[in-house]
Structures are given as C-alpha cells and as structure tokens.
Write a protein that binds this ligand. Structure first.
Ligand code: ADP
Length: 499
C-alpha cells in the first residue's frame, strides 16, 4: 500500500494496516481457526495482490457458531436493557475512535475511496448509538377493555439467533443496520461477511468484545458462498438478514422458507434517474454523476439508468460526458481521487463483459468504455473508465441489469407519463429519483415511482432515521428507520381474565 497517504487527512488518522496478517473466526468470544484448517486469501484491488489470510469456515464451524449464539441467547435476552444499551454505547465510542483504522481496512479490501469508507464508518458508530438508545424505547401496547372481564396487552420480544450475511460494497455500514438493532433488543448473532471484505467485520467484532459484548452473543464465520449457505440452511437460525445480489437473496429466501425463518432481504437495484427540462441542470448533472460513480458504481442505490427529457437530452448527456471524463482515477487512499479500482477480479471481469456487450450491440458511447490504463498503478489495478452510453433502449440488457461499475446508460422521454412508465419498467424497485422545480410533479411522481426510496433534487442521501429497502425484486422488508426494531422482534398478544 502506498505510504504517502498513511498518516493524516483532516486530522483523522488512517493507520497503516500491515499486509500478511492472519485472521481467524470469532466463535463464543474466542478467535479460532476453521476446524479443517482451511483458509483463503483476500486481495487488495489497488495493488492487485494478496494482503491477508483468513480462516474459511465449514459447516462444522457454522454449527459451533450457531450453538454458541443459542447458548448465549437467554443470558443476553434477560440482561437489563440499560446494560445492553450501555455496552452498545461503549462499542459505538470505540468504533468512532477507530474509524480511521476501520476505514482503511475496508479500502484495502474493496478499493473504495477513503472518504467514502470513512464517512460510512462514522455512520456505523452513529447506528450503534442510535439503536442502543432506541431499544430503550421498545414497548408494547395496553388495551383497557378489550372485553369487560379481560385485560389485553402486546409485547415485543427478541426473535432468537440471527444469521446476517453481508456484501463487500459497504461491509460495515450494511452490517450495522442488522447488527445493532438485533443486539440492542436481545437477539444474538452469527455474521457471515463477504469473502472480499472479511477483515473489517472481524475487527469491528473485536471492538464489540472489548466493549463488553458477552461471549457467544456475537460470532463471525468468514468464508465464501458455501459458508453463507451453511448459515442460511442451519435449523438453529431463527432469522436471516441479508444484503447482496437478487440471485443469492432468492436462494436465502428459499432456505428460510423451509423452516419459516424470518427473512429480510436488501437486494439489487438500478435506479431510474429522471431529469425534467425545468430542473437546475448544473445540479442535475452533478446528481447524475453521483448516481453513476459513487462507490465506483458498486452500489445497490446507483442511479445510473438516466431518463432525460428530449428538450435537454443532448445538453445533459454532453455535459455529463465531459464531467465523467474529467474525474480523477487512481489510489483510493488519495482524498482527491473520485474513482478507485473495482473491488475484485470477478467484478472487473463482469463490468468489462458489459462494455463488450455494449460494443456488440452498438450503443452510442459518449465517454469511457474501456479498462483504464496508462500508468503503472492503473495498469496494475482493477480500474474501469467512468462510462456513459446514450440512446439505449430501455429493454437492452445494459438498461435492465445491475452492472455494478461506473457505467451510466441514457435514454430520452417526451412526457411525464412516458418517464414514469419507463422508470417502472424494470424488475428492481430500490431507489429512484428526479430533478424538477414543479411542485405538482414532485407529489405526483413520488407516489407513482415504484421504489422504496425516492430522491428529489438530490441523490444518495441517507440516514438511519428513515427506512431503506426495496419493492419488487429489490427485496423484502426495510432496514433503518424508527421501526427497524420491529424486524428483530416478535409481537405477542397477552390476555388476562379477571375473575
Ligand atoms: P456479490 O455477487 O455482489 O458478491 P452475493 O449475493 O453473491 O453478491 O454475495 C453477498 C453475500 O452472500 C456474500 O457474503 C456471499 O459470500 C454470500 N453468498 C453467496 N452465495 C450464497 C449462498 N448460496 N447462500 C448464502 N450466502 C451466499
């Protein structure tokens, strides 16, 4: 890892993470190797070389982790809420204190920019304290007189053992939305992080142990999809919480259905991003740029399916193409860099296959369209140029499928009705957005767009105060928001006869 950015940036320390580290599973409060001794390598996508060796959990290890979580459940469940809240608040403080280190580990793992990973890590600390405090407000309802000689009330209680399976594109933040509400109300958890980003989750968990999370309440089994499948299919897991691809989400939902496990799924997206002629075009172009390139496009909330009104179509695509071509590509630890490498070799292969497809199908290239090259680090790393295709038909694969790279596709429309029809004509329904100054349109379209999040005159803002999740093939349930605790509790009705 290059040394020039390893000390300070805006007073935040990003300590160097030595490569060659060995990382074991966390089961029942102890670091343990996999029972069969299996390991895998994690790859730094900027250096394009191995930087750590991680234990690969098999079905037996998953079994031990689930047993540890089950054994810890009663103790944690009956721990007074004030104590659970206090432990999580200590954990939140440790995460904030180590945010630079956690951010830098994630950059090693997924190549995202240090600015993005640092902001996300501060969000993890924020989520920990938000849910720690929110859980103190968990309550049921009492009904004075459901029947003359009865009282009735409802209670919320923890579900049991949670299996959390997480992706690589924002490993800690997407885990935080599951982990903290789950633990805050008394569940225990087994986490299976992505094989691309296992080390950041192990380090986060280590801070949890340091904060006083009791042994077995928090377990981490690292490994690839087979480890995830062993967790999803384990009969001892009461709820599955997953963020990842729609295909894997379907497999997890099916595994859960076998035993009626509770399931929340946050899956793929390809957000329609609409520009109307009355919009502030300077702001809209910057918003589209964010929609295509934030997180190097490796984001389920990407807004890269551009629908632009015919009156401003040529102007907007031309200006956007120019802005994309000006972006700085390079070392993700450099705070001036906008586009880091893609996270993994398979991801690079996938994105390049879409660029080949675009060439074969003859889509009009505005800018980019190739693997980035031309310097030692670009040639070595897993880089793709920020890319824009124009005049793409809405039914082309490029317009319908999640590319997960910095690639935008643009098409035009001539009326609000056509814009809404095109926007909704896709299996996904996670995010959508539009740029306009017309208040009637704001209200009409925010109802008509079929997605769990709608952004108006902005893109990609988020907070744990508001729910996040998808309609249609983008998932089931919502994360975040004031109701997130409902997803980690069962509601029970209690009746008392008065005699
Ligand atoms: P991506 O293709 O973006 O990596 P995935 O949905 O494959 O997205 O991965 C998200 C998470 O799901 C990762 O932790 C991965 O290891 C895990 N995973 C992959 N396949 C399965 C499976 N069949 N069952 C459970 N988990 C899986």
């Amino acid at each position: 890892m290059s040394a020039q950015h390893n000390t300070e940036s805006n007073e935040v320390r990003f300590p160097e993470i030595p490569s060659g580290g060995r990382y074991e599973l966390l089961i029942g409060g102890k670091r343990v190797p996999a029972q069969d001794g299996a390991t895998f390598a994690c790859v730094d996508p900027y250096e394009n070389r191995d930087w750590g060796v991680v234990s690969s959990a098999g079905a037996e290890d998953v079994d031990r982790a689930v047993a540890a979580a089950r054994a810890a459940f009663d103790g944690w469940r009956w721990t007074p809420q004030a104590q659970r809240t206090q432990i999580l608040l200590r954990w939140a403080a440790l995460i904030a204190e180590h945010a630079g280190e956690l951010a830098r580990i994630q950059v090693h793992e997924n190549g995202k920019t240090i600015t993005e990973m640092h902001t996300a890590t501060l969000g993890v600390a924020g989520a920990a304290s938000f849910y720690a405090n929110l859980a103190a407000n968990l309550h049921g309802e009492t009904f004075e007189s459901p029947a003359p000689d009865h009282r009735g009330w409802s209670m919320r209680e923890p579900i049991g053992v949670i299996g959390a399976i997480t992706p690589w594109n924002n490993p800690l933040l997407l885990l935080a939305w599951k982990l903290f509400p789950a633990l805050a109300v008394g569940n225990t958890i087994v986490i299976k992080p992505s094989e691309v980003t296992p080390v950041s989750t192990l380090r986060l968990a280590e801070l949890g142990v340091q904060a006083g999370v009791p042994d077995g309440v928090l377990n981490v089994v690292t490994g690839a999809g087979v480890t995830g499948r062993a967790l999803a299919e384990h009969p001892g897991v009461d709820k599955l919480a997953f963020t990842g691809s729609t295909a894997t989400g379907r497999a997890i939902a099916l595994a859960g259905a076998q035993r009626f496990a509770r399931v929340t799924l946050e899956l793929g997206g390809k957000g329609p991003h609409l520009v109307f002629p009355d919009a502030d075009l300077d702001l809209a172009v910057e918003g589209l740029l964010t929609g295509i390139t934030a997180g190097t496009g490796q984001a389920c909330n990407a807004g890269s399916r551009l629908l632009i009104h015919e009156q401003v179509y040529d102007t907007v695509t031309e200006r956007l193409g120019k802005r994309l071509s000006e972006l700085r590509i390079g070392d993700p630890l450099d705070p001036e860099v906008a586009i880091g490498p893609l996270a993994s070799r398979p991801q690079l292969t996938k994105v390049l296959s879409y660029l080949d497809l675009a060439r074969d199908e003859g889509h009009r290239l505005v800018t980019g369209g190739r693997r980035a090259a031309g310097s030692e680090s670009l040639d070595r790393g897993l880089f793709v140029e920020p890319t824009l295709y124009a005049d793409v038909d809405n039914h082309a694969r490029l317009a319908q499928e999640e590319i997960f790279g910095p690639v935008g596709v643009a098409m035009s429309f001539s009326s609000d009705e056509e814009a809404v029809r095109l926007a909704n004509d896709i299996p996904y329904g996670l995010t959508s957005g539009f740029w306009t100054k017309d208040v009637d349109r704001v209200h009409r379209l925010s109802s008509q767009l079929r997605s769990g999040v709608v952004w108006i005159n902005t893109w990609r803002v988020g907070s744990f105060q508001l729910p996040f999740g998808g309609m249609k093939a983008s998932g089931i349930g919502r994360e975040g928001g004031l109701h997130a605790l409902n997803a980690y509790t069962e509601e029970k009705a209690v009746w008392l006869g008065l005699h």
